[in-house]
Design a protein around this ligand. Sequence first.
Ligand code: NDP
Length: 288
Amino acid sequence: MSAQIIDGKQVASNVRAELKQRAAKLLEQGIRPGLAVIMVGDDSASEIYVRNKIKACGEIGIHSEVHHFSGSATQEEVLNCIRALNQNKHVHGILVQLPLPPHFENNSVITSIAIEKDVDGFHLYNVGALVTGNTNFAPCTPSGVMVMLEQHHIAVEGMHAVVVGRSNIVGKPMAMMLLGQGATVTICTSRTKDLAQFTRSADILVVATGRPKMITAGMVKPGAVVVDVGINRLPDGRLCGDVEYDTVKEVVGYITPVPGGVGPMTITMLLSNTILAAERAKYSKHSK
Ligand code: NDP
């Protein structure tokens, strides 16, 4: 029997409808949630991502602004911009579009963002908060995966979750979130010996490698939940994930497609974190 498809567009649309209401409520109270995006250089993929984020903000009532620096800008110039945004009460969320040019030190830039405005959840404080179970802002892609599981009433507690990939933005925080929900978690990397032995034992398999169609039908457990984070462009221009969708969906219980799976959730969770930041700012102002 073919798997149930976890439709990321549908889940994202449900979440965005709720976010729109929260944004409207804030506006009634005189607060327009605001997101500032910092971009350095002219990476074409980054330009598309930023454009999509700005468009999504507009659709749910979040003010957004882009601070675009040339690729030759200095780190100090960017830090000055972040310092000003940290003080700007109309800006509730700040994100730095990665990658930065090689002469930048990522951590110095990210940790200059005020913790309460770090809507990407990449600040070292927020990473530590996630690891210790005191989540402040969680990274958007794995948060989106958790919401997809929740909306499909997929139990995490007690399950064996296998995460393939250990990046700071997807694999590691994904593993922490699954662990936080009571899963038994295995993290696999490019160094893992006999990957299939691990993936075949997964009740929940999350794949984030950037290796097109590397997970095949023989590598999954019948009935498992498979979440494909990968986004890869094939030579013919089409997009595909890290999972061989057509064959794997005949074996597993649930699967996310690419495109239309995790992708739409990432921006949705950015919007969610921005609204949350604005709500918290309002609360902290009123409690002073
Ligand atoms: P990175 O390149 O930072 O990390 C890839 C990870 O995959 C590494 O940890 C690497 O292991 C591991 N890996 C690579 N090859 C193998 C292999 N053969 N077997 C097991 N592990 C392997 O990528 P990201 O985490 O940033 O992104 C992963 C994918 O997700 C990409 O396709 C990206 O485009 C996509 N993505 C999608 C998003 C969305 O919104 N849907 C958001 C962010 C990313 P090692 O550490 O040992 O090198």
